[in-house]
Design a protein around this ligand. Structure first.
Ligand code: NFS
Ligand code: SF4
Length: 647
């Protein structure tokens, strides 16, 4: 068995892992260490899409090997990869669909408790969509925007509206390769169709469709989720909060919200502050109610309400093991089935809320969009009722919480850098041109129990900022760096001289929390703005930027990685794609992609080597843009002035 220090880089997690051992509770790490994973599955050369098989191809077979139907290793590996991208796209996009449906209900007055908190963003969107605004009431505009959003899912022809946000050269690449997505659902379905038995059997053609599907996530489902969440719940602005298991409170009823969809979590956080509810908690012996988040739903309410974060993906079991959680309320995605088992050892209630996601052993209280506030109150009361069942002997909340600043939407970055009256990316581009900031790297994605929790994310982030590279984060990576104290302005001390000066002048941390995983779309929009502002490249692929998924595990991360690469951002992986059994498929994504898309995937087991490759890439891009040297300041004398051309 690995030691707590080998399992997690986070000292707070290490303490709780020791408690898990004492309490004899099995965790995800125990199961990982006991698991004998199948090497064919890992290599991507196991096929079970028809019952003539399953087939497996030995990557070491000198003949190359074939499935029973004749399928080659590259086709099997690429089919599997494409299906991962489709599943990831489906997950993010279904989340986007639910937000679009919520906007529709709001516009019809059928979602009590919710409204349009960001009128400005709604207007901006309507203008972009060329919706006539003339004296229309807000509800009518919201209805039209929601109708547009819902139609993006079912479009059969044409292409997704937001693709037009991309720089022209990028759009041309998509058109040339035939990978501009038509409708979000259509691309997911087509990928499932193409990868079923006996359809598309050219691995390059399958990969192009995987790219098209991923673009339907990044510039479709995820972007819709982000934009419309901003309209309903408001665009995030920087705010302070706290992070890690130390945010749990001994004297309060602790409710954890875990999953992805923000609506119910937002309501729970609001309800917990109601006077009635606080009174009810006092009656049960607690001094109030404490709501904290896990994973992306946590990021959503953190960014907009400042609700603290208890932890990232690998913290979900640990939170329950503190013995101090009355209820963990989950919706969809990244929720481990083991939670119900872990909860049995304590008094914690696992409450499932989505009609799409049920767990044996959990209590199901369904999210009903017509009575969200009532459902939220019912859930919070149930948690309060559970407070007297807490076994104080089993409670041990580890010391350890960290301050953080979150809420850097791409709009706020613009305002913070450019000022209120001339919000723009110009100061960022200039800082890059002058070399005070060398580049921007987005570190995104999950934790993975195959490698020590948070270690790669935190060490890479520290090294990049020390090299004057601004780091932006989303998802569980943001929480990892937050726990390590990198999301506070004081962390600028760890940055290189140039980056530090900028952080200190503007008052921002050197590592910016941009939101949940669907908010990776904010990074795409920021990339477009940087190109539009000029001076550092005509396409996203020319910018000195990169993407990193250091500890990824989810199919959603495959979708994100693919739409980054398809958008021209090189992506560095700390966990490989499961395609190593096919040299041809590997060559395509890790090498040849570059020629097609101007970007490709990189994989390195050692995160230090991965980081040095990122720094090399950024330096190469700077060289290509000829911004490696500070332009020398020439002082003109009178003779030189006289020689200046006159109009
Ligand atoms: Ni993203 Fe966010 Fe975390 Fe990974 Fe899961 S919560 S959607 S998939 S584990 S970063
Ligand atoms: Fe085997 Fe071909 Fe069936 Fe896959 S599709 S299980 S490779 S026979």
């Amino acid at each position: 068995m690995k030691s707590p220090e080998e399992r997690s880089f986070d000292k707070v997690a290490q303490k709780v892992l020791k408690k898990a051992e004492q309490d004899k509770v099995e965790t995800v790490w125990d199961r990982r260490e006991a698991m004998r994973s199948c090497s064919f599955g890992e290599a991507g050369t196991c096929c079970r899409i028809c019952t003539m098989g399953p087939c497996r191809i030995n990557p070491k077979d000198p003949e190359g090997g074939k499935g029973i139907c004749g399928a080659t290793a590259e086709v099997i590996a690429m089919r599997n990869l494409a299906r991962m991208v489709a599943a990831g796209t489906a997950a993010h996009s279904d989340h986007g669909r639910d937000i679009a449906k919520a906007l529709r209900l709001i516009s019809l007055g059928q979602l009590p408790g919710y409204g349009i908190l960001d009128q400005w963003k709604l207007t901006e969107l309507a203008l972009e969509l060329e919706i006539e605004l003339n004296n229309k009431p807000t509800e009518k505009i919201a209805e039209e925007v929601s109708s547009w959003a819902l139609s993006e899912f079912g479009n059969q022809e044409g292409e997704l509206t937001f693709l037009k946000r991309a720089p022209k050269p990028r759009q041309e690449i998509w058109h040339k390769l035939g990978i501009a997505p038509r409708g979000i659902d259509r691309e997911v379905v087509e990928t499932l169709h193409r990868t079923t038995m006996g359809v598309d059997q050219d691995f390059e053609s399958i990969w192009l469709q995987a790219l098209r599907t991923s673009l339907a996530d990044g510039w479709g489902g995820s972007m819709i989720a982000t934009e419309l969440s901003d309209v309903i719940l408001r665009t995030p602005q920087p705010l302070r909060s706290q992070v890690n298991l130390g945010v749990l409170e001994e004297k309060l009823v602790n409710i954890l919200i875990h999953g992805h969809e923000p609506l119910l979590s937002d309501a729970i956080a609001r309800v917990a502050r109601e006077e009635e509810i606080v009174k009810y908690a006092r009656e049960k012996g607690a001094s109030g109610v404490n709501v904290a988040g896990i994973c992306c739903t946590g990021n959503e309410v953190l960014m907009r309400q400042g609700v603290p974060i208890a932890g990232n993906h690998l913290h979900q079991e640990l939170a329950i093991i503190t013995g101090a959680v009355e209820a963990m309320v989950v919706d969809v995605q990244c929720v481990m089935m083991s939670l119900a088992e872990v909860a049995k050892c304590y008094h914690t209630l696992i409450i499932t809320t989505s009609p799409k996601a049920k767990i044996p052993g959990a209590t199901h209280i369904e999210f009903d969009e017509h009575r969200v506030m009532e459902v939220a109150r019912e859930i919070v009361k149930k948690a309060i009722d559970n407070f007297p069942n807490r076994d104080t002997k089993k409670v041990n909340i580890p010391e350890g919480k960290m301050d953080l600043v979150a809420g850097f939407s791409h709009e706020t970055i613009k305002y913070m850098l450019g000022g209120f009256y001339r919000a723009s990316y110009r100061p960022l581009n200039d800082a890059i041109i002058w070399g005070r900031i060398k580049g921007v790297v987005g570190i995104v994605g999950c934790n993975n129990c195959r490698i020590p929790q948070d270690k790669s994310i935190v060490s890479m982030t520290e090294e990049l900022i020390a090299n004057d590279i601004l780091v932006v984060h989303t998802g569980c990576s943001a929480i990892a760096s937050a726990k390590a104290g990198l999301l506070i302005p004081e962390a600028a001390e760890k940055a290189g001289k140039g980056l530090r000066e900028i952080c200190e002048a503007v008052g921002i941390p050197p590592v910016l929390h941009m939101g949940s995983c669907v908010d990776n779309s904010r990074i795409l929009v920021a990339g477009c703005e940087m190109v539009r502002e000029g001076g550092i490249g005509k396409d996203i692929s020319e910018l000195p930027i990169a993407g990193v998924a250091a500890e990824w595990m989810s199919e959603k991360a495959e979708a994100i990685g693919h739409y980054f690469v398809a958008s021209g951002v090189n992506v560095f992986l700390g966990i490989p794609h499961p395609i190593s059994g096919s040299p041809k498929a590997s060559k395509l994504v890790y090498e040849e992609a570059e020629k097609m898309l101007g970007a490709k995937f990189y994989y390195e087991e050692d995160s230090a080597i991965l980081t040095s490759k990122i720094i090399d890439l950024i330096n190469n891009k700077r060289e290509f843009l000829q911004i490696t040297k500070k332009p020398e300041r020439v002082l003109y004398d009178m003779a030189m002035r006289r020689e200046l051309p006159t109009e």
